[in-house]
Design a protein around this ligand. Structure first.
Ligand code: ZN
Length: 499
């Protein structure tokens, strides 16, 4: 059968003229098989839970770098925006492994205190005066001379007894003690047994710190100890005493450098102006390694949800943007040492490979678990002007993007996004859907059972598609995303971008 020429011409034109929609571009590069390939590898037992500093994490880093390479994503050349760039896909971090003090003796008025941890250490052998200053807040120091003495405080403040509030005050108390010339601060911590066990485990074991942090601490030279004191039973005895004596001996802490990397790549934007604005797509790739065995005998904490899923979010984005670049440029960053206290992202923000003021948005992905496959939970969704783009992207794939359903968990402040937020960069975290932080979320969160074969890949496909489309819409939007009016970080953002 022969078609009239006009019809063929019309058909040809319609094929040529039909530009792919953003949604179609997303659907072209992502498949369930590819997703499974990434997650099954990253969460495999052979990577032993991707513990920071281990050889297995280096294998994970190599996988990320070479997967970026296979997509055509490039390392950041030093010529781009006159930044420092990277020679390769790797940014080497300077971290220290700190083994706890071997000798720690503390006695107040001759009574030795047993339930203690050194939050901050400093080699010292002190015998002398100690002063009890209540909560250790500014007004508590009035009329008290603590110079060259040990300061004793109780945790919290006059109206602050909740856990987050108590720990939020720690830095302020430390600074006040230092400003008043004290040599050490001893805080009696009102906390339950569970929290205390966690603190003991964390501070009495080996820990990893940024080498730069370690240096500042040594310069500060102020030791900070915590004593377990549920309901402040022990501090009551100090209320009536003006003078106390203390003996504090602390020595034998060892520090050795450990090597690990953030993995970074970029794709330049297509718009001559907007390409100077970058969207960061980020996720941490470390997890917690090997730990106590669960009831099945499994002791490898695979971290499929946390955070092989987040890594795959960024990898699928990288593949898509490498094939279909957006108007704004894209920076893909995989952080290490998130589980050690957001160290990879902190190091990055202290040592950015591109100027931070050109980074207009950080679209982070981190995950605990999920219990609602009809939604996506975006931590900080309504805090940036990109929320409409994220919501409409999720809707295109049959999901609903919703704000954090568990504000009590303080999740915004517990992942790498907060480090960028503190620098002024609008930075939400894209997470698997949860309607509450319990059930199937806590069942897998930081557990050995967080394995690749316990995931719903039909849901994940829609989850990743939504992220890709949201990223594309944000990166192509003529309007640059910002913090919403009145947000805690709005002013910092304005200062960073100079507007
Ligand atoms: Zn995580």
């Amino acid at each position: 059968m022969k078609y009239p020429l006009l019809f063929i011409t019309a058909l040809f034109c319609s094929i040529v003229l039909h530009a792919q929609t953003e949604k179609e571009k997303v659907e072209t590069t992502i498949t369930k098989n590819k997703i499974e390939g990434h997650i099954y590898f990253l969460a495999h037992d052979l990577l032993k839970g991707r513990q920071t500093g281990t050889p297995e994490t280096k294998i994970a880093a190599s996988y990320l770098a070479n997967t970026l390479r296979s997509f055509g994503v490039k390392p950041v050349a030093p010529s781009v925006l006159k930044g420092s760039g990277t020679e390769s896909y790797y940014q080497e971090l300077e971290l220290s492994m700190v083994t706890p003090v071997k000798h720690l003796v503390l006695a107040i008025d001759g009574n030795e205190l047993k339930k203690k941890v050194a939050r901050k250490t400093n080699k010292m052998d002190f015998t002398g005066e100690a002063v009890y200053v209540g909560y250790g807040l500014e007004s508590d120091y009035k009329g008290k001379d603590v110079s060259e003495k040990i300061v004793i405080v109780k945790s919290g403040g006059p109206n602050i007894t909740d856990q987050n509030g108590v720990f939020d005050l720690v830095t302020q108390k430390e600074q006040l003690a230092k400003a008043n010339g004290a040599v050490a601060i001893i805080e009696f911590l009102d906390t339950n047994d569970g929290t205390w066990r966690y603190i003991e485990h964390h501070f009495n074991g080996e820990r990893i710190e940024l080498a730069s942090e370690k240096k500042t601490k040594q310069e500060k030279g102020l030791a900070y100890l915590w004593i377990h004191d549920e309901n402040h039973i022990q501090t009551k005895a100090f209320e009536s005493k003006n003078k106390l004596t203390a003996k504090l001996k602390m020595e034998g802490e060892e520090t050795k450098p450990i090597r690990c990397q953030n993995v970074i790549g970029m794709v330049e934007g297509t718009d001559p102006k907007l390409k100077n604005e970058f969207i960061i797509y980020s996720a941490h790739y470390d997890h917690t390694g090997i730990g106590p065995a669960d009831e099945t005998g499994d002791n490898i904490y695979n971290g499929a949800r946390d955070n092989a899923v987040g890594i795959t979010t960024v990898l699928t984005m990288a593949e898509n943007i490498a094939k279909y670049p957006t108007k704004r440029s894209a920076l893909f960053v995989f952080f290490t040492a998130e589980e050690k206290g957001l160290l990879g992202s902190k190091f990055y923000v202290e040592n950015p490979v591109l100027p931070l003021k050109n980074m207009v948005y950080c679209f982070n992905s981190d995950n605990a678990g999920y219990n609602d496959t009809s939604r996506i939970s975006v931590i900080g969704l309504s805090r940036t002007t990109a929320s409409e783009n994220i919501k409409s992207a999720a809707k295109s794939f049959g999901l609903t993007a919703m704000d954090d359903a568990a504000p009590e968990q303080n999740l915004f402040d517990r992942s790498d996004n907060v480090v960028f937020a503190q620098a002024g960069i609008p930075a939400p975290t894209f997470s698997l859907g949860f309607s509450s932080f319990d059930g199937d979320v806590t069942k897998y969160y930081h557990q050995a059972g967080d394995e690749a074969d316990t995931l719903d890949y039909d849901y994940l496909l829609k989850f990743f598609q939504s992220y890709l489309l949201a990223g594309r819409l944000i990166a192509n939007d003529p309007k640059t995303p910002t913090w919403t009016l009145g947000d805690k970080y709005e002013a910092t953002g304005k200062a960073l971008y100079g507007n």
